[in-house]
Design a protein around this ligand. Sequence first.
Ligand code: FAD
Length: 502
Amino acid sequence: MTQQAIETVAVIGGGTAGWMAAAALARKLRGTVRITLVESAEIGTVGVGEATIPPIVDFNTFLGIDETAFIQATQASFKLGIELRDWGAPGDRYLHPFGRYGLDFEGASFHQHWLRQRELGDPGTLDEYCLPAAAARAGKFFRPVKDTRNILSMLAYAFHFDASRYAAFLRAYAEERGVVRQEGKIVEVVQRPLDGFIEGVRLESGEVIEADLFVDCTGFRGLLIEQTLEAGFEDWSHWLPCDRAVAVPSQNVGPPEPYTRSTAQRAGWRWRIPLQHRTGNGYVHCSQFISEDEATADLLAGLDGEALAEPRMLRFKTGRRRKSWIRNCVAIGLASGFLEPLESTSIHMIQTGIFRLLALFPDRTFDPVLAEEYNRQAANEYARLRDFVILHYHATTRSDSPLWDHVRTMEIPETLQRKLALFRSQGRFFREDEELFSETSWVAVMMGQGVMPRAYDPVAAAHDPEAMRQRMERFRHAVAHAAAEMPTHQAFIDRYCKAPPV
Ligand code: FAD
């Protein structure tokens, strides 16, 4: 067997994607490969990804990062889910919690038993059977415990953090492990004439950075993957027409809630992300239906604290690169595609892109089968997440603006049609292709936005209703008791991980 190991990797771009990739590669490859990261202070980063989902905890664990140090360095707060307001109809409010609803109650999913008990007169909401939801509603937080007999093991959490501080934190981590940072603007990508493999990137100074493998983390522009290798772009803006966001930080008013808030607006939706030192706000909108000035004015008018900076406008197109890995170039982060941040999936996709690259790490022969597998998995992941985000727009009765009329009545992907039909029939859900979001997530959004099954699973009907009522009641009380005993989110932060003032 001949081994032609990769000796040099160039990570191009120093945003969240670039530094996450550099840190993870340095950790995993442990000095066997020389890693250089090129970034340009002149170009800068997007720097707005602030809300995450629970697998970020695994990423930090993989790096061996001390969680308290990370929280303090990034001014992070904890997140137990997302509160969605005004999505199904104006005035609606529901929670998409992390973790799951209820327990495995013999055969059928928990929500099936809940549907049956509801029909029999149980007044409890689904949230009352979910500890992260109950804690979020009460403004409480505690870390999950490992002992699965303890109800606190049902907690799951992620973070709200300052993205620029996270990149800086990972930069220090990566540099300590030998990653060399190269400042400079790339003016040319040099390809091997014979086969189009990338040989190097030329900086404005004239210096050429060569490598065996290139990780394109250059953001929306996709300097290597698109501008050089012409991967092509699958445009999804007919399903997800929002193409702008205006973002502004504001002063905190009161303690930070342990959840992100997303409020539907006539031409898009607003986010509210409370960190320790400030609150992140933004209005994702569709330029076809609202001007940038109007969106900015709406955002500023709805702030609950004083704005701390000038509003920043970001432009994007929803979709994905047709291929994320071509020859010796793998695109990660915004260079590989974009889905609006409604379910905080972008940083997660950076993470899965990195882990996928590590799982399929090539040698210098770059066997095409590796890239094919990478691209197949990436395409599936994107499509499943796309469907989940589209669900939020489509499952609505809103008819108060052209945007909502469009998304409510549009033709949706066949994969989503099938999921909705199955759920409407008897509340069934199946996770496909290792998709990220679980049954609890889909049930939360579907029922939260008024998609109710016509009947429940007959398997749930096979249980003695009174015995089931008692079991569910006991569980509901255990959830309420555990949530009541937990410290407030602010008290938890103050006690365990308060960040220094900025
Ligand atoms: P960028 O941050 O754009 O970094 C690109 C890098 O490439 C920079 O360092 C730049 O200097 C470098 N570069 C580019 N061209 C050159 C060149 N010619 N020479 C040298 N260097 C170059 N994600 C979440 O998970 N949660 C959220 O809440 C969330 N909110 C978002 C809100 C909005 C409005 C947007 C637009 C995105 C949001 N995201 C969110 C996504 C998240 O911001 C990105 O996934 C994340 O910041 C990664 O960006 P990136 O590193 O791929 O690109």
